[in-house]
Ligand binder design. Structure first.
Ligand code: PMP
Length: 389
């Protein structure tokens, strides 16, 4: 059976071209950039060359890039690092209700350390309204953190507008751009972004690598203390094969993003149109237009997302019920709840995300499979029957 993989948001295969570029750095060019000999110089050259080239991917200066072990670490360095460095200026931080769980958990920790956290609500499509955000800002606000796009429902936020307000008010602006990278042209200057977290795997690079963009003048305290690598901001021997891989992935992405995005939009729009048309009592979660090209997120009245996922799994189709980071808990997605859904509605949700290695027939296969699966599960559902449908 040919597997159809429609869960690119939770994990992506590393592009074979990326693996090819990484390979020499495991054995032939294995050096440590901290060493002063020739073998070390080769590693330093690879590290600094990667920094320069990856900076172009986000239209940034190479000096403003700090390599990390992934998005979670970048987010920790941005939020905790900035909060601790700037606590004398103020202790108020503003985030949105639909941030990734890592941001919510760091915010909870910072609250326990005396910071005041305000969460801006979103509308029914998961959109942050800039006027609402602006009303939450205070004289002691030091940091705003709003994700570029939702990794769950795909809603893309008005990042440039938020950045403009932050800049006018002299507040640092961090965005977790993990869900948007590879699908949106990320430009830290156009969008007035001061801190931005990225992961390598989300652009088909290896897992365990990421970066934090940090604009000059927006300093953070290190959270990893040790040998002082990355200008003292992130101690620990640099993962040169991983960093080279992330650089290679970013360069491939720069070239291929325009055509990929238009291909994904075709899949997305076709799947959304057909599912809403062919399945009664089905709804789209997230914004109808301000959404990632790769994301289709539905809810079906009267049945559970998990049952649909398992039925599709039997047919060789891999999908998600929501955020993979919390799919093993029974808690409904905080993002869906923030858009105003009740628990049963949130549980009836299904997320499909397209990626580089999907082919046209993958969209067709899921369009064919969903109506039958939903109809069958509804025959077994007491909730759907009780609703008198
Ligand atoms: N932010 C978003 C939007 C995510 O989807 C994820 C998970 N892929 C993370 C942050 C954390 O990334 P990682 O687990 O790679 O550190």
């Amino acid at each position: 059976m040919d597997e159809v993989y429609l869960d690119y948001q939770s994990s992506k295969p590393v592009d074979p071209r990326v693996i090819e570029e990484m390979m020499p750095y495991f054995h032939d060019r294995f050096g440590n950039p901290s060493s002063l000999h020739k073998v070390g110089d080769t590693a330093t050259d690879a590290l600094e060359d990667s920094r320069k080239r990856i900076a172009k991917f986000i239209h940034a200066d190479a000096d403003d890039i700090v390599f990390t072990s992934g998005a979670t670490e970048s987010i920790n360095l941005a939020l905790m690092g900035y909060a601790l460095k700037n606590k004398k200026k103020g202790n108020h931080i503003v985030i949105s209700e639909i941030e990734h769980i890592s941001i919510h958990n760091i915010a909870k920790y910072l609250a326990s350390q005396g910071f005041e956290i305000t969460k801006v609500p979103v509308d029914q499509y998961g959109l942050v309204h800039v006027d609402k955000l602006e009303r939450k800002l205070k004289d002691n606000t030091i940091l705003i953190s709003v994700g570029y796009a939702s990794n769950e429902i795909g809603t893309v936020q008005p990042i440039a507008e938020i950045g403009k307000i932050a800049k006018e008010r002299g507040i640092a602006f961090h965005t977790d751009a993990v869900a948007a990278e590879g699908l949106v042209d990320l430009d830290v200057n156009r969008d007035s972004i001061d801190l931005m977290s990225l992961s390598s795997n989300d652009i088909y690079g290896p897992k365990g690598v990421g970066l934090l963009y940090m604009r000059k003048g927006f300093r953070v305290n290190p959270i990893m203390i040790g040998g002082g690598q990355e200008r003292g901001l992130r101690s620990g021997t640099e993962d040169i094969p991983g960093i080279v891989g992330m650089r290679a992935a970013a360069e491939i992405m720069t070239k291929e993003m325009p055509s990929e995005v238009s291909r994904f939009k075709n899949y997305r729009d076709k799947v959304i149109k057909r599912v809403l048309q062919d399945v009664p009592d089905s709804h789209l979660n997230g914004h109808p237009t301000e959404r990632l090209a790769s994301n289709a997120h539905f809810r079906f009245d009267g049945i559970e997302g998990e049952s649909i996922l398992l039925s599709l799994k039997d047919k060789g189709i891999s999908v998600a019920t929501g955020s993979a980071c919390s799919s093993k808990t029974l808690e409904p997605s905080h993002t869906l709840i923030a858009t105003g859904l009740v628990h049963e509605e949130a549980h009836g949700s299904l997320e499909l995300t397209f990626g580089r290695f999907n082919v046209d027939s993958d969209a067709d296969k899921v369009i064919e499979a969903i109506p039958g699966v939903v109809a069958h599960l509804r025959t077994l559902s007491p909730i759907y029957t009780c609703a008198g449908r």
